[in-house]
Design a binder for this molecule. Structure first.
Ligand code: GDP
Ligand code: MG
Length: 649
């Protein structure tokens, strides 16, 4: 219907005309003249009736008019035909703004011949079905055909008007409308046409003049008045017409507002569904890319365009329907659109969040590394740029980029916002910053520990190379120096990294101290393997036994008390073992008890002061003493043998 008429987009800018009258009174002929329609006209020569029914057509291009032509039978077959005639007339009256009541001049004043009886029935039922809620009045336009008598139109009209008033007075009016007047529901208008066959030229001229009343808005006689509108947009007319027809056929009470609401719901849903098609197509085209984590730059534009077009398409058609229903349906439609767009936007924001966080972490890391390398190249221990200068620059770039992604997705008027997601990124970046700061401090600790290792390596090699009473004070003095130096650098690094909390700074100092301490212990243990300890004991023994106090090699003479000398040297060497077995910290400012404090970040391993102080366990010491004893015995025997040899010569 819509396609054929081409009125789907006409909105309210169309009119409804129907025709009422006895068979073969030239109704179709008139309609074709007035509207350029092609309704079947009875063939003069063949007087055959066309198929019964209500026929619809539209006016020529310039005329957005829907015209209903009723085709019945000539009243030859009564009963069923009469029923159809009544129903079709009732239908025509219900939907038409202008109902052309067509009759021969000769019928004026004849109740039966002019079908006035049918008109009365139709008006009565119309009032019962639609009366209380009737929207729009109806123009009953009496067109008197074959006006050949000298009786002026005015008197014919007066006769008909009187008939109509009489009919109206005789109607059974429904409750509440007892006092209603004909003029409350109907306007009456009258015209007449010359005889088509007898005065063909006059007929055509009059028909043309009448046509202008239906086509020329400027004409003072223009028939379509705003008050006749039914409030049904053209695209909804098929549904509306069907509903009215069903009511007419079933003759049930028809509540027009309800009907209009139902119609509005039905049509709004249809219109929304149609508008959703292109919207979904546009959104579906980009969705897979978003799903895969891509930041789709044009997503916001696509979303806004699709949403705008869908709403415009909806509004254009749906706005004509029942205002309340339209408003509700529109809100629901907006919700549907925005729901899909929000999900898509969220998906993209999440992707951007992930990317921003990743970028921030990796770019900050690289920038910090760069800064450290540059500092190293310039011979500085600490980076020259502060942590926040390096990380802050990256953060600004990343946040700006993310802000751009979010801003690009905002839609004016949408019932959602991405502010929460924007805040989420801040929290993520804060956490990452904290992690980066920890990593930066771990890097600092590691660097400083390595720096201390070099210093301590020399101290350990030097002091343990000639073990003695002043060994541990010397080692610990070296340790204190290394710690002090590292601490000073650590303070600088903490300033650069903006580690401000006093407790955090203290933790880091402790961690550094422990790190340097453990470095020392490690160096000491490397220095005190079984072989090394034995070497040291043996060197000590030989120093005393084989060399005299002036440092010259002894040549044993028979007068020498080898046994006493040997026992003395061995005792002195053996005394080194307990000295080497345990670190003496008395001279140090850093107490192992302090080092035990601290766990968690910066303190990777559990720590026992006692265990770290012990370099050679008691059992290992016993084993080493035994082995040293054997080596000493060998040395003693060798000395004895050399003495025997000298005596023999
Ligand atoms: P409808 O279908 O009953 O509306 O009537 P039609 O338009 O089919 O016309 C029936 C017959 O009346 C046709 O043969 C027409 O040529 C003829 N007719 C049409 N208009 C007029 C008219 O104004 N005067 C006369 N006398 N005949 C007409
Ligand atoms: Mg006809």
């Amino acid at each position: 219907m819509q396609g054929k008429w081409g009125l789907a987009d006409a909105g309210f800018d169309y009119n409804m005309v129907a025709v009422f009258g006895s068979q073969s009174t030239g109704k179709s002929t008139l309609l074709n003249r007035l509207f350029g329609t092609r309704f079947d006209v009875m063939d003069e020569t063949n007087r055959q009736q066309t198929t019964r029914g209500i026929w619809a057509d539209r006016g020529t291009d310039a005329m957005p008019v829907l015209i209903l032509d009723v085709e019945g039978t000539d009243g030859r077959e009564r009963g069923e035909n009469q029923d159809f005639e009544r129903k079709s007339a009732l239908f025509s009256l219900a939907v038409a703004e202008v109902l052309i009541v067509n009759m021969w001049e000769t019928m004026v004043g004849l109740y039966n011949g002019a079908n006035m009886g049918l008109l009365k029935t139709v008006m009565e039922v119309n009032l019962q079905l639609f009366g209380a809620s009737r929207e729009g009045r109806t123009l009953l336009y009496f067109v008197i055909r074959d006006h050949v008598s000298p009786t002026p139109l005015e008197s014919l009209a007066a006769t008909l008007r009187k008939d109509m008033e009489r009919i109206w007075d005789g109607l059974n009016k429904p409750a509440g409308l007892e006092g209603a007047r004909l003029g409350d529901f109907f306007d009456l208008k009258f015209t007449s046409l010359p005889h088509k066959q007898l005065q063909p030229e006059q007929f055509e001229a009059a028909a043309l003049a009448l046509r202008r009343q239906f086509t020329e808005k400027a004409s003072g006689e223009y028939v379509f008045r705003a008050g006749y509108k039914r409030g049904v947009p053209a695209d909804g007319f098929p549904h509306y017409a069907q509903a009215v027809w069903e009511k007419v056929v079933s003759n049930k009470d028809l509540d027009l507002p309800t009907q209009q609401e139902l119609l509005a719901q039905y049509r709004c849903d249809e219109i929304a569904a149609a508008a959703l098609g292109p919207f979904r197509a546009a959104v579906d085209a980009v969705r897979p890319r978003v799903r895969e984590g891509e930041i789709v730059g044009e997503l916001g534009d696509v979303a806004r365009a699709a949403r705008g077009q869908a709403l415009a398409a909806f509004d254009e058609q749906a706005a004509r329907y029942h205002a309340e229903v339209y408003k509700k349906k529109r809100a629901a439609f907006v919700q549907t659109l925005d729901g899909e767009l929000h999900a898509l936007a969220l998906n993209q924001v999440k992707n951007a969040q992930t990317q921003a966080a990743d970028r921030f972490a990796s770019e900050s890391h690289a920038a910090l590394e760069d800064a450290a390398e540059k500092a190293a190249a310039e011979g500085a221990v600490s980076p020259q740029l502060s942590f926040s200068a390096v990380v802050g620059g990256v953060r600004r770039r990343v946040t700006e980029w993310f802000g751009g992604v979010v801003a690009g997705l905002e839609i004016d008027g949408a019932g959602w916002s991405l502010a929460a997601e924007a805040r989420q990124l801040e929290a993520t970046l804060n956490a990452t910053t904290a992690k980066l700061r920890v990593a930066e401090m771990e890097r600092a600790l590691e660097q400083l520990r390595k720096g201390a290792q070099d210093t301590l390596g020399e101290v350990v090699a030097d002091r343990l190379g000639s073990p003695g009473a002043d060994m541990w004070p010397g080692v610990m003095a070296g340790f204190d120096d290394a710690v002090q130096q590292a601490e000073a650098q650590l303070q600088q690094r903490m300033d650069l990294a903006e580690v401000d909390a006093a407790d955090q700074r203290l933790r880091l100092v402790r961690a550094l101290q422990r790190g340097v301490w453990e470095c020392l212990v490690e160096l000491l243990r490397e220095e005190l393997t079984d072989q090394m300890v034995l070497l040291k004991l043996r060197a000590a023994l030989e120093d005393r036994f084989r060399y005299d106090d002036a440092g010259l090699p002894r040549v044993w003479r028979p007068s020498d008390d080898i046994d006493a000398q040997f026992a003395q040297a061995r005792t002195a060497a053996q005394a080194l073992l307990p000295l080497l077995s345990r670190i003496e910290t008395a001279a140090s400012h850093v107490l192992p008890a302090d080092l035990a404090a601290g766990a968690g970040p910066f303190f990777p391993a559990a720590f026992s002061a006692e265990r770290s102080l012990t370099l050679i366990s008691a059992s290992r010491a016993r084993e080493l003493a035994k082995r040293f004893g054997r080596e000493a015995d060998a040395l003693y025997l060798e000395a004895k043998r050399s003495l025997v040899a000298t005596q023999n010569h």
